[in-house]
Design a protein around this ligand. Structure first.
Ligand code: ZN
Ligand code: ZN
Length: 588
Protein backbone atom coordinates (compact mmCIF):
# COMPACT_ATOMS: atom_id res chain seq x y z
CA UNK A 1 0.00 0.00 0.00
CA UNK A 2 2.59 2.56 1.11
CA UNK A 3 4.98 1.58 -1.65
CA UNK A 4 2.36 2.16 -4.32
CA UNK A 5 1.54 5.54 -2.85
CA UNK A 6 5.17 6.55 -3.05
CA UNK A 7 5.40 5.60 -6.72
CA UNK A 8 2.34 7.71 -7.51
CA UNK A 9 3.80 10.59 -5.59
CA UNK A 10 7.06 10.44 -7.54
CA UNK A 11 5.18 10.23 -10.84
CA UNK A 12 3.20 13.30 -9.82
CA UNK A 13 6.35 15.29 -8.98
CA UNK A 14 7.91 14.28 -12.26
CA UNK A 15 4.87 15.40 -14.26
CA UNK A 16 4.72 18.76 -12.53
CA UNK A 17 8.43 19.37 -12.94
CA UNK A 18 8.25 18.80 -16.68
CA UNK A 19 4.98 20.75 -16.94
CA UNK A 20 3.98 18.36 -19.73
CA UNK A 21 0.21 17.95 -20.17
CA UNK A 22 0.30 14.34 -21.31
CA UNK A 23 2.53 13.23 -18.47
CA UNK A 24 0.31 15.12 -16.07
CA UNK A 25 -2.67 13.11 -17.30
CA UNK A 26 -0.71 9.89 -16.88
CA UNK A 27 0.13 10.87 -13.33
CA UNK A 28 -3.51 11.67 -12.64
CA UNK A 29 -4.53 8.24 -13.92
CA UNK A 30 -1.92 6.57 -11.76
CA UNK A 31 -3.17 8.51 -8.77
CA UNK A 32 -6.79 7.56 -9.56
CA UNK A 33 -5.78 3.91 -9.78
CA UNK A 34 -3.99 4.22 -6.48
CA UNK A 35 -7.05 5.90 -5.01
CA UNK A 36 -9.22 2.96 -6.12
CA UNK A 37 -6.93 0.68 -4.10
CA UNK A 38 -7.20 3.03 -1.14
CA UNK A 39 -11.01 3.02 -1.37
CA UNK A 40 -11.13 -0.78 -1.31
CA UNK A 41 -8.82 -0.75 1.71
CA UNK A 42 -10.92 1.97 3.37
CA UNK A 43 -14.13 -0.06 2.96
CA UNK A 44 -12.51 -3.22 4.37
CA UNK A 45 -11.34 -1.24 7.39
CA UNK A 46 -14.78 0.32 7.73
CA UNK A 47 -16.35 -3.13 8.05
CA UNK A 48 -13.65 -4.03 10.54
CA UNK A 49 -14.85 -1.18 12.78
CA UNK A 50 -18.57 -1.50 11.98
CA UNK A 51 -19.56 -5.06 10.97
CA UNK A 52 -23.23 -4.27 11.58
CA UNK A 53 -23.07 -1.57 8.95
CA UNK A 54 -21.66 -4.08 6.43
CA UNK A 55 -24.64 -6.33 7.02
CA UNK A 56 -27.01 -3.38 6.67
CA UNK A 57 -25.30 -2.47 3.36
CA UNK A 58 -25.98 -6.01 2.12
CA UNK A 59 -22.47 -7.47 2.56
CA UNK A 60 -23.38 -10.61 4.43
CA UNK A 61 -19.99 -12.12 5.22
CA UNK A 62 -20.05 -10.00 8.41
CA UNK A 63 -23.52 -11.16 9.47
CA UNK A 64 -22.23 -13.47 12.17
CA UNK A 65 -19.97 -10.84 13.77
CA UNK A 66 -21.26 -8.65 16.57
CA UNK A 67 -19.07 -5.82 17.81
CA UNK A 68 -19.06 -5.53 21.61
CA UNK A 69 -19.12 -1.78 22.40
CA UNK A 70 -16.10 -1.87 24.73
CA UNK A 71 -13.03 0.32 25.18
CA UNK A 72 -10.82 -2.08 23.25
CA UNK A 73 -13.03 -1.83 20.17
CA UNK A 74 -13.35 1.95 20.51
CA UNK A 75 -9.56 2.27 20.62
CA UNK A 76 -9.26 -0.09 17.66
CA UNK A 77 -11.63 2.09 15.62
CA UNK A 78 -9.76 5.26 16.59
CA UNK A 79 -6.45 3.74 15.52
CA UNK A 80 -7.92 2.56 12.21
CA UNK A 81 -9.48 5.98 11.48
CA UNK A 82 -6.23 7.78 12.24
CA UNK A 83 -4.21 5.44 10.02
CA UNK A 84 -6.73 5.92 7.20
CA UNK A 85 -6.56 9.70 7.67
CA UNK A 86 -2.77 9.62 7.37
CA UNK A 87 -2.97 7.58 4.17
CA UNK A 88 -5.64 9.87 2.74
CA UNK A 89 -3.51 13.00 3.14
CA UNK A 90 -0.91 11.42 0.82
CA UNK A 91 -3.28 11.99 -2.11
CA UNK A 92 -3.30 15.27 -3.97
CA UNK A 93 -6.98 16.09 -4.55
CA UNK A 94 -6.18 18.23 -7.58
CA UNK A 95 -4.82 15.15 -9.32
CA UNK A 96 -7.94 13.00 -8.97
CA UNK A 97 -10.80 12.77 -11.43
CA UNK A 98 -14.02 14.53 -10.48
CA UNK A 99 -15.80 11.43 -9.22
CA UNK A 100 -12.85 10.53 -7.02
CA UNK A 101 -12.67 14.07 -5.68
CA UNK A 102 -16.20 13.58 -4.32
CA UNK A 103 -15.23 10.22 -2.87
CA UNK A 104 -12.12 11.77 -1.32
CA UNK A 105 -14.19 14.37 0.54
CA UNK A 106 -16.81 11.81 1.56
CA UNK A 107 -14.12 9.60 3.07
CA UNK A 108 -12.43 12.54 4.76
CA UNK A 109 -15.78 13.53 6.27
CA UNK A 110 -16.47 9.96 7.38
CA UNK A 111 -13.13 9.71 9.16
CA UNK A 112 -13.51 13.11 10.83
CA UNK A 113 -17.02 12.06 11.91
CA UNK A 114 -15.96 8.66 13.20
CA UNK A 115 -13.28 10.18 15.41
CA UNK A 116 -15.54 12.95 16.64
CA UNK A 117 -18.44 10.62 17.45
CA UNK A 118 -16.22 8.14 19.29
CA UNK A 119 -14.09 10.63 21.19
CA UNK A 120 -16.09 13.87 21.56
CA UNK A 121 -19.80 13.20 21.14
CA UNK A 122 -19.73 10.02 23.25
CA UNK A 123 -23.44 9.29 22.94
CA UNK A 124 -22.77 5.74 24.18
CA UNK A 125 -22.54 7.26 27.66
CA UNK A 126 -25.85 9.10 27.60
CA UNK A 127 -28.04 7.46 24.95
CA UNK A 128 -29.13 3.94 26.00
CA UNK A 129 -31.02 3.61 22.68
CA UNK A 130 -27.63 3.25 20.97
CA UNK A 131 -27.66 -0.37 22.05
CA UNK A 132 -29.73 -3.12 20.50
CA UNK A 133 -29.32 -6.55 18.94
CA UNK A 134 -32.82 -7.14 17.60
CA UNK A 135 -33.03 -5.05 14.44
CA UNK A 136 -30.21 -6.84 12.68
CA UNK A 137 -31.57 -10.28 13.67
CA UNK A 138 -34.86 -9.50 11.94
CA UNK A 139 -32.99 -8.07 8.98
CA UNK A 140 -30.92 -11.23 8.55
CA UNK A 141 -33.93 -13.49 9.09
CA UNK A 142 -36.05 -11.62 6.53
CA UNK A 143 -33.25 -11.15 3.97
CA UNK A 144 -33.52 -13.14 0.74
CA UNK A 145 -29.81 -13.16 -0.08
CA UNK A 146 -29.11 -16.74 0.97
CA UNK A 147 -30.84 -19.95 2.04
CA UNK A 148 -32.50 -20.04 5.45
CA UNK A 149 -29.90 -22.29 7.10
CA UNK A 150 -27.04 -19.94 6.25
CA UNK A 151 -28.95 -16.96 7.60
CA UNK A 152 -29.91 -18.83 10.75
CA UNK A 153 -26.30 -19.86 11.43
CA UNK A 154 -25.27 -16.19 11.24
CA UNK A 155 -27.93 -15.34 13.80
CA UNK A 156 -26.89 -18.26 15.98
CA UNK A 157 -23.28 -17.02 16.03
CA UNK A 158 -24.36 -13.47 16.91
CA UNK A 159 -26.62 -14.56 19.75
CA UNK A 160 -23.70 -16.19 21.53
CA UNK A 161 -22.62 -12.68 22.57
CA UNK A 162 -25.97 -11.18 23.59
CA UNK A 163 -25.21 -11.36 27.30
CA UNK A 164 -21.72 -9.82 27.01
CA UNK A 165 -23.10 -7.13 24.70
CA UNK A 166 -25.72 -5.90 27.16
CA UNK A 167 -23.36 -6.17 30.14
CA UNK A 168 -21.02 -3.81 28.33
CA UNK A 169 -23.90 -1.49 27.41
CA UNK A 170 -24.87 -1.20 31.07
CA UNK A 171 -21.28 -0.35 32.01
CA UNK A 172 -21.04 2.30 29.30
CA UNK A 173 -24.16 4.20 30.31
CA UNK A 174 -22.96 6.83 32.76
CA UNK A 175 -25.14 9.94 32.48
CA UNK A 176 -28.23 9.08 30.45
CA UNK A 177 -30.91 11.56 29.51
CA UNK A 178 -34.41 10.72 30.67
CA UNK A 179 -35.74 11.03 27.10
CA UNK A 180 -33.28 8.54 25.60
CA UNK A 181 -33.79 6.17 28.51
CA UNK A 182 -37.54 6.10 27.84
CA UNK A 183 -36.87 5.59 24.12
CA UNK A 184 -34.50 2.69 24.83
CA UNK A 185 -37.07 0.99 27.08
CA UNK A 186 -39.67 1.15 24.29
CA UNK A 187 -37.25 -0.04 21.61
CA UNK A 188 -35.97 -2.90 23.73
CA UNK A 189 -39.51 -4.06 24.44
CA UNK A 190 -40.23 -3.94 20.70
CA UNK A 191 -36.95 -5.76 20.07
CA UNK A 192 -38.14 -8.75 22.07
CA UNK A 193 -40.53 -9.41 19.18
CA UNK A 194 -37.55 -10.36 17.01
CA UNK A 195 -37.03 -13.37 19.29
CA UNK A 196 -40.64 -14.48 19.13
CA UNK A 197 -42.55 -17.20 17.31
CA UNK A 198 -41.36 -16.15 13.86
CA UNK A 199 -37.72 -16.92 14.69
CA UNK A 200 -38.61 -20.08 16.61
CA UNK A 201 -40.71 -21.37 13.69
CA UNK A 202 -37.94 -20.57 11.20
CA UNK A 203 -35.47 -22.61 13.27
CA UNK A 204 -37.93 -25.52 13.46
CA UNK A 205 -38.59 -25.66 9.70
CA UNK A 206 -34.87 -25.34 8.87
CA UNK A 207 -32.61 -28.32 8.20
CA UNK A 208 -30.22 -27.44 11.04
CA UNK A 209 -29.10 -30.46 13.04
CA UNK A 210 -31.06 -31.27 16.20
CA UNK A 211 -28.25 -30.19 18.52
CA UNK A 212 -27.95 -26.88 16.64
CA UNK A 213 -31.68 -26.37 17.00
CA UNK A 214 -31.43 -27.02 20.73
CA UNK A 215 -28.51 -24.59 21.04
CA UNK A 216 -30.51 -22.03 19.07
CA UNK A 217 -33.47 -22.30 21.45
CA UNK A 218 -31.15 -21.86 24.43
CA UNK A 219 -29.54 -18.77 22.88
CA UNK A 220 -32.93 -17.26 22.04
CA UNK A 221 -33.82 -17.59 25.73
CA UNK A 222 -30.44 -16.11 26.81
CA UNK A 223 -30.93 -13.19 24.45
CA UNK A 224 -34.45 -12.53 25.71
CA UNK A 225 -33.13 -12.59 29.26
CA UNK A 226 -30.31 -10.18 28.34
CA UNK A 227 -32.82 -7.76 26.82
CA UNK A 228 -35.24 -8.11 29.74
CA UNK A 229 -32.40 -7.43 32.19
CA UNK A 230 -31.46 -4.36 30.17
CA UNK A 231 -35.06 -3.15 30.32
CA UNK A 232 -35.07 -3.65 34.13
CA UNK A 233 -31.79 -1.74 34.40
CA UNK A 234 -33.26 1.12 32.35
CA UNK A 235 -36.53 1.15 34.30
CA UNK A 236 -34.62 1.68 37.55
CA UNK A 237 -32.40 4.33 35.90
CA UNK A 238 -35.56 6.04 34.73
CA UNK A 239 -36.87 6.23 38.30
CA UNK A 240 -33.61 7.86 39.44
CA UNK A 241 -33.67 10.29 36.53
CA UNK A 242 -37.18 11.47 37.27
CA UNK A 243 -35.80 13.32 40.31
CA UNK A 244 -35.28 16.89 38.99
CA UNK A 245 -31.64 17.82 38.35
CA UNK A 246 -30.47 14.20 38.07
CA UNK A 247 -30.67 13.55 34.32
CA UNK A 248 -28.34 14.93 31.69
CA UNK A 249 -30.10 17.47 29.47
CA UNK A 250 -31.11 16.29 26.01
CA UNK A 251 -29.97 19.68 24.62
CA UNK A 252 -26.45 19.40 23.21
CA UNK A 253 -25.75 23.17 23.12
CA UNK A 254 -24.68 25.54 20.34
CA UNK A 255 -21.02 24.53 20.00
CA UNK A 256 -21.77 20.79 19.82
CA UNK A 257 -24.70 21.39 17.47
CA UNK A 258 -22.62 23.56 15.12
CA UNK A 259 -19.91 20.89 14.90
CA UNK A 260 -22.41 18.06 14.42
CA UNK A 261 -24.17 20.04 11.68
CA UNK A 262 -20.82 20.53 9.93
CA UNK A 263 -20.09 16.78 9.98
CA UNK A 264 -23.57 15.35 9.38
CA UNK A 265 -24.88 17.84 6.82
CA UNK A 266 -21.64 18.67 4.99
CA UNK A 267 -22.98 21.86 3.46
CA UNK A 268 -21.43 25.18 2.47
CA UNK A 269 -23.85 26.72 4.95
CA UNK A 270 -23.34 26.81 8.72
CA UNK A 271 -26.11 25.77 11.10
CA UNK A 272 -26.77 29.38 12.01
CA UNK A 273 -26.98 30.48 8.34
CA UNK A 274 -29.49 27.75 7.52
CA UNK A 275 -31.50 28.67 10.62
CA UNK A 276 -31.69 32.29 9.45
CA UNK A 277 -32.76 31.19 5.95
CA UNK A 278 -35.48 29.01 7.45
CA UNK A 279 -36.86 31.89 9.51
CA UNK A 280 -37.03 33.98 6.32
CA UNK A 281 -38.69 31.17 4.32
CA UNK A 282 -41.32 30.75 7.03
CA UNK A 283 -42.33 34.40 6.59
CA UNK A 284 -42.55 34.00 2.79
CA UNK A 285 -44.76 30.92 3.11
CA UNK A 286 -47.02 32.69 5.58
CA UNK A 287 -47.58 35.51 3.07
CA UNK A 288 -48.41 33.05 0.26
CA UNK A 289 -50.78 31.10 2.49
CA UNK A 290 -52.59 34.26 3.56
CA UNK A 291 -53.12 35.21 -0.10
CA UNK A 292 -54.52 31.76 -1.00
CA UNK A 293 -56.75 31.74 2.08
CA UNK A 294 -58.22 35.13 1.16
CA UNK A 295 -59.09 33.81 -2.31
CA UNK A 296 -60.61 30.52 -1.08
CA UNK A 297 -62.38 31.72 2.05
CA UNK A 298 -65.82 32.25 0.54
CA UNK A 299 -65.85 28.83 -1.16
CA UNK A 300 -65.46 27.08 2.18
CA UNK A 301 -66.38 29.39 5.02
CA UNK A 302 -68.57 32.11 3.54
CA UNK A 303 -70.83 32.26 6.58
CA UNK A 304 -67.93 32.37 9.07
CA UNK A 305 -66.36 35.74 9.87
CA UNK A 306 -62.65 35.87 9.00
CA UNK A 307 -60.48 35.90 12.14
CA UNK A 308 -58.55 39.14 12.67
CA UNK A 309 -55.33 37.21 13.20
CA UNK A 310 -54.05 36.21 9.74
CA UNK A 311 -52.45 32.94 10.90
CA UNK A 312 -55.65 31.97 12.69
CA UNK A 313 -57.50 32.71 9.46
CA UNK A 314 -55.18 30.39 7.50
CA UNK A 315 -55.52 27.76 10.19
CA UNK A 316 -59.34 27.90 10.05
CA UNK A 317 -59.30 27.15 6.32
CA UNK A 318 -56.67 24.42 6.68
CA UNK A 319 -58.85 22.80 9.36
CA UNK A 320 -61.81 22.87 6.99
CA UNK A 321 -59.88 21.45 4.02
CA UNK A 322 -58.24 18.78 6.23
CA UNK A 323 -61.64 17.19 6.82
CA UNK A 324 -61.23 15.53 3.45
CA UNK A 325 -59.36 12.35 4.40
CA UNK A 326 -59.60 8.55 4.24
CA UNK A 327 -60.89 6.36 7.08
CA UNK A 328 -58.36 4.79 9.46
CA UNK A 329 -58.65 1.36 7.81
CA UNK A 330 -58.21 2.87 4.36
CA UNK A 331 -54.89 4.52 5.14
CA UNK A 332 -52.53 1.82 3.84
CA UNK A 333 -54.79 0.70 0.91
CA UNK A 334 -55.01 4.33 -0.24
CA UNK A 335 -51.20 4.62 -0.28
CA UNK A 336 -51.00 1.44 -2.38
CA UNK A 337 -53.59 2.85 -4.78
CA UNK A 338 -51.77 6.15 -5.29
CA UNK A 339 -48.32 4.82 -6.20
CA UNK A 340 -49.16 3.76 -9.80
CA UNK A 341 -50.70 7.21 -10.36
CA UNK A 342 -47.41 8.84 -9.40
CA UNK A 343 -45.46 6.52 -11.71
CA UNK A 344 -47.80 7.46 -14.57
CA UNK A 345 -47.49 11.20 -13.92
CA UNK A 346 -43.69 11.10 -13.85
CA UNK A 347 -43.70 9.23 -17.19
CA UNK A 348 -46.32 11.47 -18.75
CA UNK A 349 -44.38 14.64 -17.87
CA UNK A 350 -41.05 12.99 -18.74
CA UNK A 351 -39.49 14.01 -15.42
CA UNK A 352 -36.97 11.17 -15.23
CA UNK A 353 -36.46 7.57 -16.36
CA UNK A 354 -37.93 5.02 -13.94
CA UNK A 355 -36.70 1.47 -13.56
CA UNK A 356 -39.78 -0.80 -13.77
CA UNK A 357 -37.77 -3.84 -12.56
CA UNK A 358 -37.36 -2.58 -8.99
CA UNK A 359 -40.61 -3.22 -7.14
CA UNK A 360 -41.60 -1.05 -4.19
CA UNK A 361 -43.35 -3.17 -1.55
CA UNK A 362 -45.73 -1.37 0.79
CA UNK A 363 -45.77 -3.02 4.23
CA UNK A 364 -46.68 -2.27 7.82
CA UNK A 365 -43.63 -0.94 9.64
CA UNK A 366 -41.97 -3.89 11.43
CA UNK A 367 -42.34 -3.63 15.21
CA UNK A 368 -38.59 -3.31 15.84
CA UNK A 369 -38.53 -0.17 13.67
CA UNK A 370 -41.40 1.62 15.37
CA UNK A 371 -41.17 4.07 18.22
CA UNK A 372 -39.07 6.84 16.69
CA UNK A 373 -42.15 8.92 15.93
CA UNK A 374 -42.02 8.69 12.13
CA UNK A 375 -45.12 7.32 10.41
CA UNK A 376 -43.63 6.38 7.04
CA UNK A 377 -40.19 5.50 5.73
CA UNK A 378 -38.41 3.68 2.92
CA UNK A 379 -35.98 0.79 3.52
CA UNK A 380 -33.87 0.24 0.44
CA UNK A 381 -31.50 -2.63 -0.27
CA UNK A 382 -27.85 -1.82 0.26
CA UNK A 383 -25.37 -1.55 -2.62
CA UNK A 384 -24.29 -5.17 -2.17
CA UNK A 385 -27.74 -6.69 -2.61
CA UNK A 386 -29.42 -4.57 -5.20
CA UNK A 387 -31.99 -7.28 -5.89
CA UNK A 388 -33.49 -7.31 -2.39
CA UNK A 389 -36.89 -5.73 -1.83
CA UNK A 390 -37.35 -2.03 -1.32
CA UNK A 391 -39.98 -1.46 1.37
CA UNK A 392 -42.31 1.45 1.91
CA UNK A 393 -42.92 1.13 5.67
CA UNK A 394 -46.19 2.61 6.86
CA UNK A 395 -47.17 2.42 10.52
CA UNK A 396 -50.84 1.36 10.81
CA UNK A 397 -53.11 3.34 13.12
CA UNK A 398 -54.02 0.26 15.22
CA UNK A 399 -52.65 1.65 18.48
CA UNK A 400 -54.47 4.97 18.15
CA UNK A 401 -57.69 5.90 19.90
CA UNK A 402 -60.43 7.25 17.60
CA UNK A 403 -59.48 10.76 18.59
CA UNK A 404 -55.76 10.22 17.92
CA UNK A 405 -56.53 8.55 14.61
CA UNK A 406 -58.76 11.45 13.55
CA UNK A 407 -55.99 13.93 14.38
CA UNK A 408 -53.44 11.86 12.44
CA UNK A 409 -55.75 11.44 9.43
CA UNK A 410 -56.46 15.17 9.30
CA UNK A 411 -52.73 15.78 9.27
CA UNK A 412 -52.36 13.25 6.40
CA UNK A 413 -55.51 14.40 4.64
CA UNK A 414 -56.45 13.94 0.96
CA UNK A 415 -53.84 16.50 -0.16
CA UNK A 416 -50.98 15.89 2.25
CA UNK A 417 -51.11 12.11 1.85
CA UNK A 418 -50.29 12.60 -1.84
CA UNK A 419 -47.36 14.84 -0.96
CA UNK A 420 -46.19 12.23 1.54
CA UNK A 421 -46.20 9.59 -1.19
CA UNK A 422 -44.24 11.87 -3.51
CA UNK A 423 -41.71 12.42 -0.70
CA UNK A 424 -41.31 8.84 0.45
CA UNK A 425 -41.82 7.01 -2.80
CA UNK A 426 -42.14 8.48 -6.28
CA UNK A 427 -40.14 10.39 -7.36
CA UNK A 428 -38.77 10.99 -3.83
CA UNK A 429 -36.75 8.62 -1.65
CA UNK A 430 -37.54 5.40 -3.47
CA UNK A 431 -36.62 6.76 -6.91
CA UNK A 432 -33.47 8.42 -5.57
CA UNK A 433 -32.32 5.25 -3.84
CA UNK A 434 -32.80 3.17 -6.99
CA UNK A 435 -30.53 5.64 -8.81
CA UNK A 436 -28.04 5.69 -5.92
CA UNK A 437 -27.62 1.92 -6.12
CA UNK A 438 -26.88 2.21 -9.83
CA UNK A 439 -24.13 4.73 -9.16
CA UNK A 440 -20.77 3.13 -9.89
CA UNK A 441 -19.21 4.53 -6.70
CA UNK A 442 -19.54 2.24 -3.72
CA UNK A 443 -18.28 5.08 -1.52
CA UNK A 444 -21.17 7.32 -2.58
CA UNK A 445 -23.67 4.53 -2.08
CA UNK A 446 -22.34 3.75 1.39
CA UNK A 447 -21.58 7.20 2.76
CA UNK A 448 -24.88 8.66 1.60
CA UNK A 449 -25.43 12.27 2.61
CA UNK A 450 -28.65 12.69 4.60
CA UNK A 451 -29.22 16.29 3.54
CA UNK A 452 -28.97 15.34 -0.14
CA UNK A 453 -31.35 12.41 0.39
CA UNK A 454 -33.96 14.37 2.36
CA UNK A 455 -33.39 17.48 0.25
CA UNK A 456 -34.19 15.52 -2.89
CA UNK A 457 -37.44 14.21 -1.42
CA UNK A 458 -38.50 17.71 -0.34
CA UNK A 459 -37.45 19.13 -3.70
CA UNK A 460 -39.60 16.61 -5.62
CA UNK A 461 -42.73 17.70 -3.69
CA UNK A 462 -42.45 21.25 -5.00
CA UNK A 463 -41.27 20.10 -8.44
CA UNK A 464 -44.27 17.77 -8.91
CA UNK A 465 -46.66 20.59 -8.05
CA UNK A 466 -44.84 23.00 -10.35
CA UNK A 467 -45.34 20.41 -13.10
CA UNK A 468 -49.08 20.43 -12.44
CA UNK A 469 -49.68 17.46 -10.17
CA UNK A 470 -53.15 17.90 -8.57
CA UNK A 471 -52.98 21.58 -9.45
CA UNK A 472 -55.46 23.49 -7.26
CA UNK A 473 -55.26 26.33 -4.73
CA UNK A 474 -56.24 23.79 -2.04
CA UNK A 475 -53.27 21.62 -2.95
CA UNK A 476 -50.91 24.62 -2.93
CA UNK A 477 -52.21 25.68 0.48
CA UNK A 478 -51.82 22.20 1.95
CA UNK A 479 -48.43 21.77 0.28
CA UNK A 480 -47.31 25.06 1.81
CA UNK A 481 -48.35 23.77 5.20
CA UNK A 482 -46.36 20.58 4.59
CA UNK A 483 -43.35 22.48 3.26
CA UNK A 484 -43.55 24.74 6.30
CA UNK A 485 -43.04 21.60 8.30
CA UNK A 486 -39.60 21.01 6.75
CA UNK A 487 -38.77 24.68 7.33
CA UNK A 488 -39.90 24.55 10.95
CA UNK A 489 -38.00 21.28 11.51
CA UNK A 490 -34.85 23.34 11.02
CA UNK A 491 -36.04 26.21 13.19
CA UNK A 492 -37.10 23.80 15.94
CA UNK A 493 -33.93 21.70 15.88
CA UNK A 494 -31.57 24.67 16.06
CA UNK A 495 -33.71 26.50 18.61
CA UNK A 496 -34.09 23.51 20.93
CA UNK A 497 -30.42 22.55 20.99
CA UNK A 498 -28.61 25.85 20.44
CA UNK A 499 -31.05 28.50 21.72
CA UNK A 500 -32.63 26.68 24.68
CA UNK A 501 -36.17 26.94 23.28
CA UNK A 502 -38.87 25.99 25.79
CA UNK A 503 -41.49 23.36 25.04
CA UNK A 504 -44.13 26.07 25.22
CA UNK A 505 -42.39 28.13 22.52
CA UNK A 506 -41.88 24.99 20.44
CA UNK A 507 -45.61 24.30 20.55
CA UNK A 508 -46.34 27.89 19.51
CA UNK A 509 -44.02 27.40 16.52
CA UNK A 510 -45.48 24.04 15.49
CA UNK A 511 -49.16 24.46 16.27
CA UNK A 512 -49.77 28.20 15.78
CA UNK A 513 -47.14 29.16 13.20
CA UNK A 514 -46.90 25.85 11.31
CA UNK A 515 -50.58 24.80 11.66
CA UNK A 516 -49.81 21.29 12.92
CA UNK A 517 -52.25 19.00 14.71
CA UNK A 518 -51.39 18.44 18.36
CA UNK A 519 -50.38 14.78 17.81
CA UNK A 520 -47.95 15.77 15.08
CA UNK A 521 -46.47 18.55 17.19
CA UNK A 522 -46.07 16.20 20.17
CA UNK A 523 -44.22 13.68 17.99
CA UNK A 524 -41.99 16.38 16.56
CA UNK A 525 -41.08 17.74 19.98
CA UNK A 526 -40.18 14.23 21.06
CA UNK A 527 -38.05 13.74 17.97
CA UNK A 528 -36.26 17.06 18.57
CA UNK A 529 -35.40 15.89 22.08
CA UNK A 530 -34.09 12.51 20.82
CA UNK A 531 -32.11 13.59 17.74
CA UNK A 532 -29.86 16.50 16.79
CA UNK A 533 -29.19 18.05 13.36
CA UNK A 534 -31.12 15.39 11.40
CA UNK A 535 -34.23 17.61 11.40
CA UNK A 536 -32.18 20.30 9.61
CA UNK A 537 -31.38 18.00 6.71
CA UNK A 538 -34.71 18.47 4.87
CA UNK A 539 -34.61 22.21 4.46
CA UNK A 540 -30.84 22.46 4.00
CA UNK A 541 -30.77 19.90 1.17
CA UNK A 542 -33.88 21.39 -0.45
CA UNK A 543 -32.38 24.87 -0.44
CA UNK A 544 -29.13 23.65 -1.96
CA UNK A 545 -30.87 21.62 -4.73
CA UNK A 546 -33.40 24.29 -5.65
CA UNK A 547 -30.66 26.91 -5.86
CA UNK A 548 -28.54 24.60 -8.01
CA UNK A 549 -31.41 24.05 -10.43
CA UNK A 550 -31.95 27.82 -10.75
CA UNK A 551 -28.24 28.29 -11.35
CA UNK A 552 -28.11 25.69 -14.15
CA UNK A 553 -31.39 26.89 -15.64
CA UNK A 554 -30.10 30.43 -15.97
CA UNK A 555 -26.84 29.15 -17.48
CA UNK A 556 -28.55 26.92 -20.06
CA UNK A 557 -31.59 29.03 -20.91
CA UNK A 558 -33.69 27.33 -23.63
CA UNK A 559 -31.38 24.29 -23.56
CA UNK A 560 -32.40 23.40 -20.00
CA UNK A 561 -34.12 20.02 -19.66
CA UNK A 562 -35.71 19.08 -16.35
CA UNK A 563 -35.28 15.36 -17.11
CA UNK A 564 -31.60 15.81 -17.91
CA UNK A 565 -31.08 17.87 -14.75
CA UNK A 566 -32.76 15.23 -12.58
CA UNK A 567 -30.95 12.28 -14.11
CA UNK A 568 -27.56 13.93 -13.96
CA UNK A 569 -28.15 15.13 -10.39
CA UNK A 570 -29.12 11.61 -9.28
CA UNK A 571 -26.27 9.96 -11.19
CA UNK A 572 -23.72 11.20 -8.63
CA UNK A 573 -25.27 9.04 -5.94
CA UNK A 574 -26.09 10.36 -2.47
CA UNK A 575 -23.21 12.86 -2.40
CA UNK A 576 -23.38 16.15 -0.53
CA UNK A 577 -25.07 18.73 -2.78
CA UNK A 578 -22.04 21.03 -2.50
CA UNK A 579 -19.93 18.48 -4.43
CA UNK A 580 -22.66 17.54 -6.94
CA UNK A 581 -23.01 21.24 -7.63
CA UNK A 582 -19.31 21.55 -8.37
CA UNK A 583 -19.39 18.58 -10.78
CA UNK A 584 -22.57 19.69 -12.55
CA UNK A 585 -21.38 23.25 -13.04
CA UNK A 586 -18.21 21.90 -14.63
CA UNK A 587 -20.26 19.73 -17.03
CA UNK A 588 -22.98 22.22 -17.93
ZN1 ZN B 1 -62.45 13.16 9.96
ZN1 ZN C 1 -37.73 11.88 3.94
Amino acid sequence: MKKLLLITFIAFLFACGKNNKKEKELAATAQDNEFETYKTHFIEELWETSPGWASYAGLHEYDSIISIPNEKNRQKSTDIYKALQAELTAFNVANLNTSNITDYYLIKNQLDSGLWYDNEFNSGEWNPANYGIAGIVSRILNGRYDVLDVRLRSILARLKHSKAYYEQARQNIKTPTLEHTILAIGQSKGGLQSFGQNLVDSVQVSTLADDEKALFMARIEESKTAITDYIDFLESKKQELETPGTAKSFRIGKAMFTKKFELDINSDYTAEEIYNKAVKRKEELHQQMITITDSLWNSYLASTPKPEDKLQMVNALITEISKKHVGRDEFIPEIKRQLPELVAFVNEKDLLTQNPDKPLVVRETPLYMRGSGAGASVSAPGPYDKDANTYYNVTPLDDYTDEQAESYLREYNHYVLQVLNIHEAIPGHYTQLVYANESPSLIKSLLGNGAMIEGWAVYTELMMLEEGYENSPEMWLMFSKWHLRAVCNTILDYSVHALDMSKEDAMDLLVYQAFQEQAEADNKWRRATLSQVQLCSYFTGFTEIYDLRSEIKSKQGDQFSLKKFHEEFLSYGSSPVRYIRKLMLENN
